[in-house]
Design a protein around this ligand. Structure first.
Ligand SMILES: Nc1ncnc2c1ncn2[C@@H]1O[C@H](COP(=O)(O)OP(=O)(O)OP(=O)(O)O)[C@@H](O)[C@H]1O
Ligand SMILES: [Mg+2]
Length: 238
C-alpha cells in the first residue's frame, strides 16, 4: 500500500469510562476510497471507537493518525474541520428543527461552501429538498437517516463515519441506506461504518474488522470475513 493511500490509522487504542474499559488496544486502518466496516455485538466498543476518533473521548493509550497527522486527544471541532464527519448512532437529528436547519448545522465548519454543499445534498437526497421546511420529527426513519448523512456531507468531509445506520429500520429501508453508502463511495467518499448487521454491511464493504470486547478479533477483506466459519457462526447466523 502506498503511504499516501492511508487515510486513517488507529493503533493500540484503549478507552475507558471510569472502571469500564471499552477499548483494549484496538487497531485499524482505512485507505482512501474504501468502505471499511467495524462489526461487533452490543457493547463491543464500536461507538467508543468512532467517538474517540472524532475527539469526543480521550484515549488512555494508543494513537490516531488522519492524513498522516496525529489527532488523538484533539477537540472534536478541530477533528471535524480536518475532514472527518460522524453520523451518530440513532441519527442524532434535532427533531424540533426543520430539515434545512438540521443541514445548516452541519455546515458551520464550512460556511463558505454551505450553499454549494446544500445543493449537492439535495441532489443526493431529493426527498430532503422536498421536505426542507418540515420539522425533522415528522420524517420517516429512513428519511431521518438520510438527513443525518446529509448533515455530515455538509462539512464536505474526506472520511465519513456512520455508526450503525441500519438500527431500527425496516429491511427494505436498510437496503436503501446501504445503496446510498455504496453510491457515496463510488462518488469518492471514504467510509468507516459500524454495524451489527454483518451480512449486509460486508456485502457493501471492501474490508472489515471484527471487534470483540474492545479488541479487534479478526480482520480481512469482506469476502474473507463472509467466508470465515467463525464469523459466519457468530455474526451471520450460519
Ligand atoms: N458513557 C459511558 N459510561 C460508561 N460506560 C460506557 C459509556 N459508553 C459506553 N460504555 C460501555 O463501554 C462499552 C462499549 O460501548 P459502546 O457503546 O462503544 O459499544 P457498541 O459496540 O457501540 O454497542 P452498541 O452496538 O450497543 O451500540 C460497553 O460496555 C458500554 O456499556
Ligand atoms: Mg454503538
Amino acid at each position: 500500500m502506498a503511504q499516501s493511500d492511508l487515510l486513517l490509522k488507529v493503533d493500540g487504542l484503549s478507552v475507558s469510562y471510569g472502571h469500564v474499559q471499552a477499548l483494549r488496544g484496538a487497531s485499524l486502518e482505512v485507505r482512501t476510497g474504501e468502505i471499511v466496516v467495524l462489526i461487533g455485538a452490543n457493547g463491543a466498543g464500536k461507538t467508543s471507537l468512532l467517538e474517540t476518533v472524532l475527539g469526543i473521548n480521550r484515549p488512555d493509550a494508543g494513537s490516531i493518525e488522519f492524513k498522516g497527522r496525529p489527532i488523538a486527544g484533539m477537540a472534536a471541532d478541530r477533528v471535524v474541520r480536518s475532514g472527518i464527519s460522524l453520523v451518530p448512532e440513532g441519527r442524532g437529528v434535532f427533531a424540533a428543527m426543520s430539515v434545512l436547519d438540521n443541514l445548516l448545522l452541519g455546515a458551520h465548519h464550512n460556511l463558505a461552501k454551505a450553499s454549494a454543499n446544500l445543493r449537492r445534498v439535495f441532489e443526493w437526497f431529493p426527498v430532503l429538498g422536498e421536505r426542507k421546511n418540515q420539522v425533522a420529527r415528522t420524517l420517516s426513519g429512513g428519511e431521518r437517516q438520510m438527513l443525518a448523512i446529509g448533515r455530515a456531507l455538509m462539512a464536505a468531509p474526506s472520511l465519513i463515519m456512520v455508526d450503525e445506520p441500519s438500527i431500527g429500520l425496516a429491511p427494505i429501508v436498510v437496503n436503501t441506506i446501504f445503496e446510498i453508502i455504496v453510491r457515496l463511495n463510488r462518488e469518492g467518499y471514504t467510509i468507516l461504518l459500524s454495524e451489527q448487521n454483518a451480512y449486509k454491511s460486508l456485502k457493501c464493504a471492501h474490508r472489515g474488522y471484527v471487534l470483540e470486547t474492545g479488541a479487534v478479533a479478526m480482520h480481512g477483506t469482506a469476502a474473507e470475513l463472509l467466508g470465515d466459519p467463525g464469523v459466519r457462526e457468530a455474526y451471520l447466523g450460519a
